[in-house]
Design a protein around this ligand. Sequence first.
Ligand code: SF4
Ligand code: SF4
Length: 497
Amino acid sequence: MKAEFDIPVITHYPQTPAIQVDAMVHSQPFVAKPDIQEPLGFPGELVEDWHDKAIDKMGELLGKYRSLQVFMDACVKCGACTDKCHYYLGTADPKNMPVARQDLMRKVYRRYFTFAGKHFPKLVGAVDLTEEVLDDWYKYYHQCSECRRCSVYCPYGIDTAEITMAGREILASVGVGQKYSNEIIGKVFKIGNNLGLPEPALVDTLEGLEEEVKEDTDVDVRFPVDQKGADILLVTPSADFFAEPHVDGLIGYAKVFHQAGISWTLSSHASEAANFGLFIGSQGNMQRVAMRIREAALELGVKRIVVGECGHAWRVAYSYWNTLIGPFDFLDPNYPAPQHICESTYDLIQQGALKFNKEENDDKVVTFHDSCNVSRASRMGNMPGGQYVIPRALIKASCNHFVDMRQETIHEGTFCCGGGGGLLTDDLVELRVKGALPRMQALHEVIEENEVTHMAAICAICKSQFTKVLPYYDLGMDMIISVHQLVGDALELGVER
Ligand code: SF4
Ligand code: SF4
């Protein structure tokens, strides 16, 4: 596929690139206009006293998040993180080294919040917050997908993702927000999902899926919406309603629920699991997005909440929901609240409630891409490492041919797809293609060595990102599939439970 930029070359072994100063200084996402900023509680444009407001906001965040204060002070410049970021590996821009990304804020922190920085700024590398610095923040805090890979290798556990979130929060608070993420959050407030898909269109889409499954299988698999008294409320990324390969995952969930005899429903009020409030570092907006799910669960009187295949949505659900929208004392205490769809299907397999004809997937040799927010920011099931074990167990239950990618690129060392953290926008295609390089490299290896044909994932952003970037690396966009597509395709429907 042709591009207006250089597509990285996949080599026979992974290489750390030589530094190219300012290689990505031209990359930045569109800035949000006032009509997008204001509904989220942010100023419409850069405020006049932006300097003082930004410093005040930084002070507020340093007090509120003690981790941020520790991260500003703790780095010893050991360099262990420098070659761990996919954006550095793919772009060679030294500001995409995690430590350099942190230093964009650390230099300002030193100037305004440390004794040495206030009195001897040059000696400690402290700088004033100028418009140029603010500009650099906007560019390079939007070249971090908040994937947390660097923090795995940092001896002090410094989490660049949190610094990026703080950077974006400060920027938005002075009127410089990102169009893509903020527009999406606004759509959830207005309509209930990222796509702006209203209730009638949602119902129509689900009816269409019922007909499609009936045609394929001759079985009446339902896709209920707003069904009061159902046992399970399924909240899933809205991409599952129509995008490929996401929708095949939704069909897979519905088949599983059907076959296990579970009553479930979607909600038109909470028709979105994704929560971009996380990406922009805004707890207030994250809470407002998530609250719709609590409201829907109470309104529908469900006993359980299950979350579909979406990486950051699971992180928000697993790590934040209890604080933001809990307690969940109105749900059935015999089940985790919330529960991941993979965990729910895994339990049904353990109970013998599902039977598979694995030969249905014999045309595929499958590998699995661990999504960063699931791998490094949450867990799944009641076992350590369940977030790695459970999705693989589902693939192995439904496929005869599975192979993992190189060890240091999976589990907690997984590479981001390149489009996470609010960067899945067309104005950042170059960054997305370049940032996908390490994953493409590892995928290429298993294609060459094991004849892998498909890569499964449990994240809506990863699925969309790979659909877009695979062709740039001369690979088919349909290589990427949903884990529950494999499950649904191999599941024996209609046989005795
Ligand atoms: S969090 Fe991920 S994207 Fe951000 S600097 Fe670290 S490795 Fe890079
Ligand atoms: S690994 Fe940690 S301590 Fe070392 S340079 Fe990177 S952020 Fe600093």
